[in-house]
Design a protein around this ligand. Structure first.
Ligand code: SIN
Length: 517
């Protein structure tokens, strides 16, 4: 059968590699192969490999970080399949760091926020994403899969069969113009949408294309209001990520009086769940007139920092900062989208023939706040699972087991229409509105103001669009959907913090779903 995979982060690469053993696969990627969030992932990939650790504890940590919204069966699948997924990556050529260079049995395991054990495998110290991505790119190049680079999927093609629309291909845009490509199934693995925000750790390609095209095709989306802000991006243009693993090794956060502030906020201090640390930093920054807080890793020593965090040390050096000798300025930045295209535990969406895996998808494994280093794991586990069922008949009367267990608190329909006389959306203005009004702390008035501004823009006319215009059109649709979900969740939970509803409402431990009106 013909399989189209969209995206070349770890989820897309792995899905394509596995599917190519059995099917006719085309992987479409809008930049060069491998350019994705995965490539820049530093900290690592969480999985239980140590004898004093257990899957039950990994499940418990994931559920705790997820702030009451994780769907336990997805979490169990994720954590149980972790160890075997690591073996699979090793078979595909990934070389995880070992505790002792001469000892090929034990992995060097890092610690990160909200984990009860050191269980983060890494590659090249802090170059885990690149290590995994490079190995899978090489494996894919040796397979029979066709690879289309610099090609953007602009929309899904649906065909009505027995009154049910089914995906039968994709429309793509490249230097050759617009083209339609046929497929029996399409696997979206196109990542998140960090570019929705003014400050993000994500690369330029993260414009949420997969979520947007699924939304326009009528797919059900879920948990869109939960966008995770990483606590520690270097406070410089480009928001270079300073891995949580640096805090895991003992670095501490200090304010402009040189005082640690996390100890009084959470018993896990600097290693509290990410949403807690990010909000505490934001508060501290507000109290010091917007000045970034500092991350002090000087206690770790130059030799250790160079060996454990070579990329971070080098990046700091490029900005004139010496990580071993001085505290460095850090600030939160948009990092990971817990929400996305709703899927079952095999990546199946509400549209027959359409799968979604990795950050583009939402299967309930991350809840309201993803546990550190669970994202690469989720991509591997669910990409793998989706390839097991690509050629199986679509389940009759398909529905989501998650939504039977966790009945949605709201089922929203978002209006994607626009005024054809409105000005064309300006990406920086859109990102600024999202950062200021739909960011780390939200409230009704600001969210309504954001909704009004967003409604005041239109996408570029199709006949005039360049690559970036398609991306902007996607960001515009997604901004509408995220803002609608953030308005509808009148409580605070995980990454979604409402100044006007600061409490968590136990009755709202349920997803909000969205589809187009
Ligand atoms: C980090 O290295 O802090 C990022 C890892 C993650 O996002 O899980």
């Amino acid at each position: 059968m013909k399989v189209i995979v969209v995206g070349s982060g770890v989820a897309g690469l792995l899905a394509a590699v596995k599917a190519a053993a059995k099917h006719e696969v085309t992987l479409i990627t809008k930049d060069v192969l491998g350019e994705s969030n995965t490539h820049y992932a530093q900290g690592g990939i969480a999985a239980v490999t140590a004898t004093d650790d257990s899957v039950a504890e990994h499940v418990q940590d994931t559920m705790y970080a997820g702030a009451g919204l994780c769907w336990q069966p997805a979490v169990e699948t994720l954590c149980k399949q972790g160890p075997e997924s690591m073996n699979e990556l090793i078979r595909f050529g990934v070389e995880f760091d070992r505790a002792e260079a001469s000892d090929k049995t034990a992995f060097a395991l890092g610690m990160e926020g909200a984990h009860s054990h050191a269980r983060i495998l890494h590659v090249g110290g802090d170059a885990t994403g690149a290590g995994i991505s490079n190995a899978l790119v090489q494996t894919l190049k040796r397979s029979k899969a066709q690879i289309l680079e610099h090609t953007l999927v602009t929309d899904l093609i649906l065909t009505e069969t027995a009154d049910v629309p089914k995906v039968t291909g994709v429309e793509v845009f490249s230097s050759e113009g617009i083209e339609a490509l046929e497929a029996d199934v399409v696997v979206l693995a196109s990542g998140g949408a960090g570019q929705l925000y003014r400050h993000t750790t994500n690369p330029a390609v993260t414009t949420g294309d997969g979520v947007a095209i699924a939304l326009r095709a009528g797919a059900v989306l879920a948990d869109l209001e939960f966008y995770q802000f990483h606590p520690t991006a270097l406070a410089v243009p480009g928001s270079f990520l300073i891995s949580e693993a640096v805090r895991g090794e003992g670095a501490v956060l200090i304010n402009n009086r040189g005082e640690r502030f996390m100890q009084k906020i959470h018993p896990m201090a600097e290693l509290a769940p990410r949403d807690v640390v990010a909000r505490a930093i934001q508060q501290e920054m507000l109290a010091q007139g917007g000045e970034p807080v500092m991350l002090d890793a000087t206690g770790l020593g130059a030799e250790f920092l160079n060996q454990r965090f070579p990329s971070i040390t080098a990046a700091c050096r490029n900005y004139g900062l010496n990580l071993a000798k001085q505290p460095i300025p850090v600030t939160p930045a948009a990092h990971y989208w817990m929400g996305g295209v709703a899927t079952d535990s095999y990546g199946r969406t509400s549209i027959p023939g359409l799968f979604a895996v990795g950050e583009v998808a939402c299967n309930g494994a991350h809840g309201a706040n993803r546990l550190a280093s669970n994202s690469l794991l989720e991509s591997v586990v669910f990409a793998d699972r989706c390839t097991e069922v690509l050629d199986q008949p679509w389940p009759a009367n398909f529905d989501f087991a998650r939504f039977r267990d966790q009945q949605p608190m709201r089922e929203l329909a978002v209006d994607l229409s626009y005024d054809s006389h409105a000005p064309v959306v300006d990406r920086v203005e859109l990102q600024t509105q999202m950062w200021d009004l739909v960011g780390l702390a939200r409230e009704d008035l600001g969210l309504r103001q954001a909704r009004k501004s967003i409604k005041g823009w239109r996408p570029q006319k199709r006949s005039k669009r360049l690559f970036t215009d398609y991306e902007d059109a996607n960001l515009l649709d997604l901004a509408k959907a995220v803002t609608a979900a953030a308005l509808a969740r009148t409580e605070s939970r995980g990454a979604h913090y409402r100044l006007d509803y600061p409490e968590t409402n136990p009755d709202f431990a349920r997803p909000i779903t969205i589809r187009k009106a």
